[in-house]
Design a protein around this ligand. Sequence first.
Ligand code: FE2
Ligand code: FE2
Length: 344
Amino acid sequence: MEYVENTQSNTEVLAKETLIFPGFYTTNIGKLSSTDTSSFQGVFTTAITNLKNDYTKDKYIRDERFDQSWDHIQGEARELIVKLLEMYCAAEYSGFLLYKELSHELKETNSVLSDGFSLMSRDEARHASFLNKALLDFHLKPGLGFLKKEHRKYIFLPFSWFIYSTYLSERISSCYYITIFEHLESHPEYSIYPLFSFYKSWSEDENRHGDFFGAVIKSQLQLSNGLKARLVCKFFLLLIFSMTYFKHKSNYKLLALLGLDAREYYVSTIRKVNNSIRKDLPVVIDLEELQLFEELDICLLHISENEKINISNQNTLLKLIRKIPHYSTILLVILRLLIRSGTA
Ligand SMILES: [Fe+2]
Ligand SMILES: [Fe+2]
């Protein structure tokens, strides 16, 4: 472990380097650059003007509430907060690098998209920097070796995957932030660290990023029109909503620390996101008709049965045989969700 000096506070404290793991993604740049921004000039102009206005420019200022030691937060609470900061720090760095590189790659071929990505990378850099400083409050400093391009391993995502999943991650994170902000506004006793009071601005930034991707979706007809677009979109909504819902199993302690019930929190987030994306996508899910959460609970039950089998002392073959019925049920649920119409 490398030890570096923390210059953030006036007390000379040593910060320990911690590793964070941003993901690096890329996609078909040719298809992205072919986005017809002129036929959808109105939506692009609105999205980019809102980004240019930089409404939250002066919002991320560490005020006097940060001028104190956070060493009174110890044990599990400290571990949970550090895990949250590391996770979001990695995600913000991912977004910053992705948008910065896309802006650069599109500079010559699509100046409208290039401008949008550049403005979004500005926001993500600001978010990452804020989290970086928050980690220093806990005597941790993220290792930034990944900023060197040669240290990154890129994952190529097909175009529709890339656009739908990035769009949804912007909308979902916007919803995460505002839900926590509003909850802590009405339950300040759970506000154990001032970071959360910045979540309103954070949510607004991510929402503007969602608006920009919404404009890209509208202008890419293979993503916004026709049966194929509806099917692919439904598949991604199911996939991303399922992954989001499953997080309640791993994040329940952190959310309990903030006074939130994890399952309720994720269900309400998915409902809000599903309602907010109608304006951009060719299809949204009818959560009630599909009984999505009930179906996913069935999957969770069988996943947990398989985990129990995994840790048993039986031999590998016997374990596999015992797991087959659980895998089959999970597969049936997935097929049911895909085949049933369940869209609105
Ligand atoms: Fe961000
Ligand atoms: Fe974002």
